[in-house]
Design a protein around this ligand. Structure first.
Ligand code: TYC
Length: 103
């Protein structure tokens, strides 16, 4: 290719916009019926918490009404909240985990 053939192309560079997926909180809701030990057991099993972490989260929900358990992408948060709520329901407890998007 000789120099005379060299053409200048206009290139429009579009910067790919990679958005961070919004994180969602899993929230533990207090009730008057689910045994404390059962709440701790579910927190350990579903959210991979230590006994100490799970106890603190359970106690915060017990005293304040709700406690943020952890944050995940929406799918993971919803799946974990549903599984944990269903585990309570299977034993006849009204244990409830909800999700909400982080600001
Ligand atoms: N309040 C329950 C009790 O006194 C224990 C409990 C704690 C239940 C937290 C739910 O999210 C909860 N047995």
């Amino acid at each position: 290719m000789s120099n005379i053939d060299v053409v200048t192309r206009r290139t429009t560079k579009t910067k790919p916009k990679i958005e961070r997926p919004k994180l969602h909180k899993v929230i533990l809701v207090n009730d008057d019926f689910t045994p404390r030990d059962f709440v701790v057991m579910i927190l350990k099993a579903e959210f991979r918490m230590t006994e100490e972490q799970a106890y603190k989260v359970m106690l915060t929900a017990h005293q304040r009404g709700v406690c943020v358990v952890a944050v995940f992408t929406r799918d993971v948060a919803e799946t974990k909240a549903t599984r944990a709520t269903d585990a309570g329901r299977a034993k006849g407890y009204p244990l409830l985990f909800t999700t909400e998007p982080e600001e």
